[in-house]
Write a protein that binds this ligand. Sequence first.
Ligand code: C5P
Length: 242
Amino acid sequence: MSETKNIRNPVVVALDVSSANQALELVDQLRGLAGMFKIGKELFTTAGPDIVREIINSGEQVFLDLKFHDIPNTVAKAGAAATRLGVSIFNIHALGGSAMMKAVAEAVDDVATRESLPKPKILGVTILTSHTRESLTEVGIASDLESEVVRLAQLCEASGIDGVVASPREISPIKNVVKTPDFVILTPGVRPHGSAMNDQKRVMTPSEALSAGANYLVIGRPITAAENPRLAAEQILAEILG
Ligand code: C5P
């Protein structure tokens, strides 16, 4: 496969399934077509670190989507554990603050250096897209949603983590303010032409999101719920590389 924005294959397939067997079946079906697999709270809570190890040992890369948010010491230790587990990306909540983000960045650097392990990328989640103006006010955030997202992305950059998770419409505003050239943007809410929106509201196609500046695209149901997941993934890659 040819290079796309210096990433071999930007498609991260969301393994939003409830059992290790279903996850492994999808990984097998999509062998060679997914750049990475995302393991979130449902699968991790069901199948634990064993499923992460099994997928990595089979030669695939894993994005551990557990959105850590706790005191700096706890998140730093969770980050060190994720590094030892061998994930390629994991994420944290930017609302945990700069001390938390700096602590986890240092802990990952430290454990990777001392134990000669590859360093995972750490991405910040800014404001969950399920929030509305009203629900933000409810939790005491008064500024408007987009400026809050951009402010938190800048805080992620200043705290020394590698990038952010951002919805398609947030990519450009973030790109406009960050100074780090390789600041990573990972984008869910991606829908190929003609596929069902499901519960996603503001979507972009894979090529639109990449043109806007996304480095990774998280795609779940358009691939995993397709009658033929392999074909669906092939079509998405053809569109991207087209
Ligand atoms: O099936 P679909 O492509 O909508 O899956 C997208 C994945 O990205 C899901 O795992 C979902 O939790 C995640 N996600 C999202 N929107 C966000 C953040 C994460 O859809 N704003």
